[in-house]
Design a protein around this ligand. Structure first.
Ligand code: FAD
Length: 420
C-alpha cells in the first residue's frame, strides 16, 4: 500500500499542484515523523513542511515546550544573555508551517510496522523517520557521578534548568572558592563548549569573586582552539584557571557529590562547584530504534540516512558522519540536506547535491570572540572536510569584536531557521 502511494505521489505531486486537493490526498499524504525539536529536528521539520507545501505530513515529537539552546548558554553563564533570550517555542512551526507538534517522549520505534511509540500512549506511523535526539550520557564514565547527582554536580550540557542551577551555584561560591570542571573525552557535543564555559565562568568570577580558582580536569591531551583559549585566559584572567591533563592524572578521576570532592589520581580536592561533563553517546531513542553501532549512529554521507535502515535518518550529535563536529551549526546544515533528500524521496522533487558547513564561535571575554569552521562534502566513506579556517592568536580587538558580532548574527539566523 505504501509503495503504491509513493508511486502515485512520485509522479503526481511532482508533475503538478493541481492534484493537491486536500480531501482526496489527506489519507494518502506521505508521513514524516521527526523525533527531537532541537537544532537538527526543528530545522528538518520546518524545511520539509515549508518546501513540500502540504504534500508531506510532518509530525514533530519533542517533550519540552521551550527549547533552550545550548549555543549561547555559556553566554548566559557569563551574564551576556538572559535565560529568556535563549528559550524558543514551537508555536510558529505549527501555525505558519503546519507542523503537527506533539509534546511527548518517543519511547520506541517499530521498524517493521514503521511506527513510533509515545510515552503518553499511542503509535505514530511514518514513511520516513528522522531522529535528532541529541546526546545522552554514558553511565559510570565519571566514577561516583550519575544523573541522580546532577543537582549536586550539574552537567549543564542540556540547556535549561541545569544551566540556571550551575549559574546560581557559581554566584553562591564562597570568596576564594574553587569551581571544578570535569571535561569530557572525545567525541562529545561542541568541542570548544567546555572551554568557552570556563572563559565565561572566569569572566563572571573575575568580577564577583576575583580570588576564586577554576580547575579543569581534562582526560584529553589537547582541545579545540587551545592556543586561542590559553592566550585569552592569560590575558583576561591571569592565574585564575588551572588545567590538569592526562599526564597529571586527569584520566584517573572520581567524584563524591555528597562530600563535594574530586579525586585526581589519588589526590583529593575539595571543591565548591563541580561541573561534570561526562562521556556521551547518541540520544537513547536511537538505541531503541536499533540503529546505533556502539555509541553513535553511522549514517550515509550523502543524505544522513542511517546505515542500518534507509527509512530512518539521523541528524546532529547522535550521528557518526565523519569530520563534522557535533554542533548546532552542523546539525542545522545536515538537516537541510536531509530534508531535501526526504522530500525528494517522498514527492519526486529534485534533490540537490549535499554540501555541508560549520562554524563554531566562542566568547573568551567581552567582545573577544574567536571562531573555527570548515566546509564539507560527502565521500563514499564519510562527510569529509574540504577547507577550514580558524582565528589566530594575537588578533586585534576590532577583529575579535567583529567575530563576536558575527556570532550574534548567526544565532539570530539559526534560531529563525529552526523555529520560523
Ligand atoms: P539537540 O539540539 O539537543 O536537540 C535534541 C532534542 O531532542 C531535544 O530538544 C530533546 O528534548 C529531544 N529529545 C531527546 N530524546 C527524545 C525522545 N526520546 N523523544 C522526543 N524528543 C527527544 N553548537 C554550535 O553550533 N555553536 C555553539 O556556539 C554551541 N555552543 C554550545 C555550548 C554548550 C555549552 C553546549 C552544551 C553545546 C553547544 N553547541 C553549540 C552544540 C549544540 O547545542 C548541539 O550540537 C546541537 O544542539 C545538536 O543538535 P541536535 O538536534 O543533535 O540535538
Amino acid at each position: 500500500m505504501i509503495i503504491d502511494r509513493r508511486g502515485f505521489l512520485g509522479t503526481g505531486i511532482a508533475a503538478g499542484a493541481s492534484l493537491a486537493a486536500p480531501l482526496v490526498l489527506a489519507q494518502d499524504t506521505p508521513r514524516v515523523v521527526v523525533v527531537g525539536g532541537g537544532a537538527g529536528g526543528a530545522t528538518a521539520a520546518r524545511y520539509i513542511a515549508k518546501d513540500s507545501e502540504g504534500a508531506v505530513d510532518v509530525t514533530l515529537i519533542e517533550p519540552t515546550r521551550t527549547y533552550y539552546t545550548c549555543f549561547f548558554s555559556n553566554l548566559y553563564l557569563g551574564g551576556f544573555k538572559t535565560i529568556d533570550e535563549i528559550g524558543h517555542t514551537y508555536g510558529t512551526l505549527a501555525s505558519d508551517y503546519g507542523v503537527n507538534v506533539v509534546h511527548d517522549w518517543a519511547v520506541g520505534v517499530d521498524r517493521d510496522a514503521k511506527t513510533v511509540a509515545l510515552a503518553g500512549g499511542g503509535n505514530v506511523p511514518y514513511d520516513k523517520l528522522i531522529l535528532s535526539p541529541g546526546i545522552d550520557f554514558i553511565e559510570d564514565s565519571v566514577p561516583g557521578w550519575d544523573l541522580t547527582a546532577q543537582n549536586a554536580m550539574p552537567h549543564a550540557y542540556k540547556a535549561g534548568s541545569q544551566t540556571e542551577l550551575l549559574r546560581a551555584q557559581i554566584a553562591a561560591m564562597p570568596e576564594g572558592g574553587t569551581f571544578a570542571m570535569i571535561a569530557p573525552p572525545n567525541p562529545y557535543r561542541c568541542p570548544p563548549g567546555p572551554y568557552e564555559r570556563v572563559s565565561m565562568v572566569a569572566w563572571m568570577l573575575s568580577r564577583s569573586n576575583p580570588s576564586a580558582k577554576i580547575l579543569i580536569v581534562d582526560p584529553k591531551e589537547k582541545f579545540s582552539k587551545q592556543a586561542l583559549f590559553e592566550e585569552g585566559w592569560q590575558k583576561h584572567y591571569g592565574g585564575m584557571i588551572e588545567r590538569i591533563g592526562p599526564d597529571f592524572g586527569a584520566a584517573n578521576i572520581s567524584v563524591d557529590p555528597a562530600a563535594m570532592t574530586v579525586d585526581i589520581d589519588g589526590a583529593v580536592e575539595n571543591v565548591d562547584v563541580c561541573n561534570v561533563i561526562s562521556a556521551q553517546k547518541a540520544g537513547r531513542i536511537a538505541e531503541a530504534a536499533g540503529v546505533t553501532d556502539g555509541d553513535w549512529v553511522p549514517v550515509n554521507p550523502a543524505d544522513m540516512s542511517s546505515k542500518a535502515d534507509p527509512d530512518i535518518y539521523v541528524l546532529g550529535d547522535s550521528s557518526a558522519q565523519g569530520d563534522m563536529p557535533k554542533s548546532g551549526f552542523s546539525a542545522n546544515s545536515q538537516a537541510k540536506v536531509c530534508a531535501n533528500a526526504v522530500r525528494g524521496a517522498l514527492t519526486g522533487s529534485s534533490v540537490f547535491p549535499a554540501r555541508y558547513s560549520n562554524t563554531c564561535w566562542s566568547l573568551i571575554a567581552e567582545n573577544d570572540g574567536v571562531k573555527v569552521g570548515a566546509t564539507y562534502e560527502p565521500t563514499e566513506e564519510k562527510i569529509a572536510s574540504v577547507d577550514s579556517f580558524v582565528s589566530q592568536t594575537g588578533e586585534d580587538a576590532a577583529l575579535r569584536q567583529a567575530t563576536y558580532e558575527e556570532s550574534e548574527g548567526w544565532y539570530a539566523g539559526i534560531t529563525a531557521d529552526m523555529f520560523g
